[in-house]
Design a protein. Structure first.
Length: 416
């Protein structure tokens, strides 16, 4: 019996995904572990493999389709030795995607019922089957979808059909408002409406929920990083190009050691309970196209600066390529966001639930300080801890920053 290939849930927050590309085509033989498709999630574009062996029998959702619900059947895999005669004269059609269907078509349930219809069946009436991406391109490019002949399964209009029509007419799709939003006054200059990725939608939703539901408070400390910069310079010189430590590598290490010394800050609020973690899994914010992602340095308190540096560089590179695995960016216990490289000296970050804290780090700069009653200068760095008051009280947050400051200003203690 043909095996259902479903739209997978590749992250805890994923409810739908975009089918970017089919790696395997109908008729291709696949082995267990073979990559069959690329799926865009709310976090990144990921490769999806199959645990089964067989032959690609029928692709139901064409590449380029957006908003495919999790657990919807996207293809069928024929088992080894299974004949494809059952599919020769029939086509399996999934119900249209929820909330992205033409007028008059009922939205599908989360796991749609599949209907088997004869190959020659055609859509009736004025209903036109088209992918969400094709409809959006057609609308913004001024193309009438009903005038197009679909090349997708069951005559469905896909992205390529719209692009061909646009190329023939010489048009280029520009996303503009069909009608003014109620938030606009009508006196704004000409504007474009940009497409929003799944990642950006999830970032917007989660950050809004965090600010609305998490009782934030903020604590700030000034750290003298002069000794740290000297230690970094000496270590990098001795490395002779084998590796190169960044200031952020030191900060990751100090965060992890501080969490071990102040375990009350290494905690989350989940279902009215406090989860206090036994290892410091530090999630580090990395800017990527369309948003940001937080790869995790696991058990950072057990790792040396060199190992942290090499691991962080590898994770950041995969993050920017959209190739992080779920286990590489999920489950952090504490977050770090460093904007110092952009010239930012101080800011406050939004907590990433269910974590209890996030540390916002600004860039180091030479500032006037008073020492021993005399005015001098020092290389200072401002750090602001955002805290979930349900998990961490003010005294615990203050103690975290006190220990953090002691460690960051005395880098020799990192090796003790």
């Amino acid at each position: 019996m043909p095996i259902e290939i479903l739209m997978p849930a590749l992250s805890p927050t994923m409810t739908e995904g975009n089918l970017v590309k089919w790696i395997k085509r109908e008729g291709d033989v696949v082995k267990s572990g073979d990559v069959i498709a690329e799926i865009e999630t709310d976090k990144a574009t990921m490769e999806v493999d199959t645990p089964d062996e067989g032959r690609m029998g029928k692709i139901l959702v064409p590449e380029g389709t957006e908003g495919v619900p999790v657990n919807q059947v996207i293809a069928y895999l024929l088992e080894n030795g299974e004949d494809s005669s059952a599919l020769e004269n029939m086509k399996t059609v999934a119900a249209p995607e929820k909330a992205k269907t033409p007028e008059g078509i009922q939205p599908a349930p989360s796991k749609p019922d599949l209907k088997v219809v004869p190959t020659h069946a055609e859509p009736s009436g004025d209903r036109v089957f088209a992918t969400p991406l094709a409809r959006r391109l057609a609308e913004t490019g001024g193309v009438n979808v009903q005038s197009l002949s679909g090349s997708g399964p069951h005559g469905r209009v896909v992205k390529a059909d719209v692009e061909q029509a646009l190329s023939q007419s010489g048009s280029t799709p520009v996303l503009r408002a069909a009608q003014p939003s109620s938030l606009l006054s009508g006196y704004e200059p000409t504007y474009d409406i940009l497409p929003v990725s799944n990642m950006r939608k999830v970032i917007a939703r989660r950050l809004m929920e965090a600010k609305q539901t998490v009782p934030h408070f903020y604590l700030t400390v000034e750290c003298d990083i002069g000794a740290l910069l000297k230690a970094r310079e000496q270590i990098n010189e001795q490395a002779n190009g084998a590796y190169k430590l960044s200031v952020n590598d030191f900060i990751i290490k100090v965060c992890a050691q501080t969490l071990k010394l102040v375990p009350e800050a290494n905690a989350s609020w989940i279902n009215d309970q406090i989860y206090q973690y036994k290892s410091a899994d530090v999630a580090v914010a990395v800017a990527i196209d369309g948003g940001l992602i937080t790869p995790v340095i696991r058990q950072a308190e057990t790792k040396g600066l060199k190992d942290i540096s090499l691991e962080m560089k590898a994770l950041a590179a995969r993050a920017r390529e959209g190739k992080l695995r779920p286990e590489e960016f999920q489950g952090g216990t504490f977050s770090l966001s460093n904007l110092g490289m952009y010239g930012i000296t101080q800011f406050s970050a939004i907590i990433n639930p269910p974590q209890g804290c996030i540390l916002a780090v600004g860039g180091g700069e030479e500032r006037p300080v008073v020492r021993g009653g005399k005015l001098t200068t020092a290389m200072m760095m401002t750090c602001t801890l955002s805290v979930d008051h349900r998990v961490v009280d003010g005294a615990v947050g203050a103690n975290f920053l006190k220990v953090f400051k002691e460690l960051i200003e005395n880098p020799v203690r990192m090796i003790l």
